[in-house]
Structures are given as structure tokens and as C-alpha cells.
Design a protein around this ligand. Sequence first.
Ligand SMILES: NC(=O)c1ccc[n+]([C@@H]2O[C@H](COP(=O)([O-])OP(=O)(O)OC[C@H]3O[C@@H](n4cnc5c(N)ncnc54)[C@H](OP(=O)(O)O)[C@@H]3O)[C@@H](O)[C@H]2O)c1
Length: 359
Amino acid sequence: MIVLSVVFVWCVCKVVFIELFGMLYFNMYTKIKEIKDQALFIFIKMMWIFGRKGASGFSISSTAEDVTNGIDGTDLTAIVTGATSGIGTETARVLAMHGVHVVMAVRNTENGRKVKETILNETPNAKLDVMELDLSSLASVRNFAAEFVSSGLPLNILINNAGVMAPPFTLSKDKIELQFATNHLGHFLLTQLLLETMKRTSHDQKKEGRIVNVSSEAHRFAYKGIYFDNLNDESSYNSIYAYGQSKLANILHANELTRRFKENGVNVTANALHPGSIATNLLRYHSLVDGVVDWVGKYFLKNIPQGAATTCYVALHPHVNGVSGKYFMDSNVAQPNSYAEDAELAKELWDISLTMVAP
Ligand SMILES: NC(=O)c1ccc[n+]([C@@H]2O[C@H](COP(=O)([O-])OP(=O)(O)OC[C@H]3O[C@@H](n4cnc5c(N)ncnc54)[C@H](OP(=O)(O)O)[C@@H]3O)[C@@H](O)[C@H]2O)c1
């Protein structure tokens, strides 16, 4: 902290000195901005470096490689949805680096193959498959699951990562609001269809299975709980609240899975997490905000390796053995809001989701 304070005071003094004494010959504005930016950059980076570690021994600045250091995943098979971009790509890369057989479940298989090539360049013996999955289409989810099950592969880890954020009101192919359809319902059906494979794998290998739902702190911005009666109603649609609602659903889904697994003695855990705030393609529907986030992101936000840390921690780390129904942030257990802990709401969401995915 002393070093941090000294560096910060030094930079501020430098700025003040320049401002007071007019030491710049030309382009004063640019110079001051440059120095202020440097000071800010150093200050924020020092905050990361000295970021407090939580009970897990990891912090906000830990990367996916940090939290999986020394872990052997060679006996494991994982599905990562949305592995063509951002957190999903980094998650697939780091799991594959540890020997996990990663099935990249992606809607654009050409992009999926490019990501696979990039990972293989770095880790030539990585075990990676690319399979088509459009989570906004229940038919596509069924096709994916059928193909995966018929491949005979085991399944230890399911990472429900793919997501869309705050698009203009859109209905999916199944006439369901796009964020609820993609972020929650597609993953709900996917999980249902893969559960038997996960149970069988955990039984055969005598090893716990893990379901990891990538949620968000935005679950706090949900309408009020889940808007069951207005899920597909354009007139009451608010893109941010609807995003929050779908992310709240991710936590409730993990909690209800946990309750059912415990009731039935299933050796599979289900947890949800907030990855942090990271400049990815998630803001693609808001180009102005996206530009600003890209610009200031390097100062205030996590980078992508840090953004994938909590997912990789929850998916692989032995500290998480037997832990289920929890919400994680910065690779530590965190506290979601009260709606996320409402067991009745979780059950209601489960029942309604089941009805909605019924063929
Ligand atoms: N970035 C953040 O600050 C932040 C914060 C909190 C939570 N999250 C959560 O983190 C997760 C990953 O987001 P990200 O930041 O990595 O965003 P991203 O870079 O936009 O990646 C999203 C991924 O989801 C895929 N996807 C979108 N719609 C899909 C669909 N219908 N079917 C299959 N795949 C689909 C995208 O595929 P394409 O490449 O084909 O578009 C992409 O691979 C999301 O669940 C998001 O809600 C992110």
C-alpha cells in the first residue's frame, strides 16, 4: 500500500506541477491527459496487484490459469457453451490445457473451428470437438443433445456459459423472448437432456459431476423476481431488466438442481457465478457503450483471462468438491440477492420451464 500511495501521489504531483507552472511547450492538454491516464493506469493496476485474496486463496485479479494451476483434468470431459468468444473461449482453452476433453458447443461452427485451431496451435495435444448448438432454438438443443449422447462420450462438467445481453425485443424461433430463451431456457433443456449422461459418468467413474451456470451480478436488476405472466410481452419489455431476469434464472436453476440432486442422492453439483465485468462481445447490441467499455476497460475491468477464472475454479478446483447451490464471484463464495435464494421461486421457475420446453 505504501508503494501504491507513493506512486499515486508522485503521478498526481506531476500533473499538478505541470498544470501550475505551465511547463509544457505545446499540446498541453494531450500531455496532461497522457500523464493522468498513466497515473490512473498505475493506480488501478496496483489495486489489482494488492487485491485482497478471499477464503479460496484467490482474488479479483486471479486468472483462469492461476486458479487451475497444477490440476490434472485428463480423465474429464466438459461441454462449454458459447466457446467462440470471450469467457467461453478462454474457459475452453484453459480446460483443454489441463487435459480436459472439451466439447465446444457453438452456434457458428466455422468460428468454433477457428478457435479450436488457435487453441491447438498453443496446445497441440488438446482434445477438442466442435458441435453445433443454437440455444435460442429448442430443436437445436435437442439435436445437439441427441448427437452428444449417441457419441457415447462421458460428461463430467457442463458449463452453461453462452449468453446474449440486452438486445432489442426479439422472439426466438420458439416465440420466446430471446434472452430468456438463450440464457435460461436453452440451457435448462440442455441440462435436462444431458443429466442421465452426467449421472452415469459420475457413477461409472466414481467422480462428482459439475454443472456451472454463468450468471451475473445483473441478476439484481431483474424486474421483481421472474415476470412469469409477461415473459414474452413486448410492451412491458426492458432489455436490461430482462437480461437480469435471465441471469436470476441461471442462479435459481442451479439451486433447484442442487435441491433435486440432494433429494435423490445424485453425485452432481450445480453452482452459479458472476465472472466479473469484462470487455467482451457481450455488448454487441449497444455499440456506444461497447466503445466506452473497450476504451476504459483496461483500467477498470477484468481482462478475459481474469474473467474466466471463476468459471474454471468452480469447474475444476478440488476446494469446490461437494459444494452445490452456491453463487461464486472472484473465485470465492458470494452472496446473491434474496430472489436468487427463494426456493419457492426456483421451484416455480423449474415447473414453468419444464412446461415451456415440452415437445
Ligand atoms: N462480459 C461480462 O462483463 C459479463 C458479466 C457478467 C456475466 N457475463 C456472462 O458471461 C457469459 C459469457 O459472456 P461473454 O462476456 O464471454 O460474451 P461474448 O463474448 O458475447 O460471448 C457469448 C457467447 O455466447 C454465444 N451465444 C450467444 N447466443 C447464442 C445462442 N443462441 N446459441 C449458442 N451460443 C450463443 C456467442 O456466440 P457467437 O460467437 O456466435 O455470437 C458467444 O460465443 C454470458 O452468459 C454473460 O451473460 C458476462
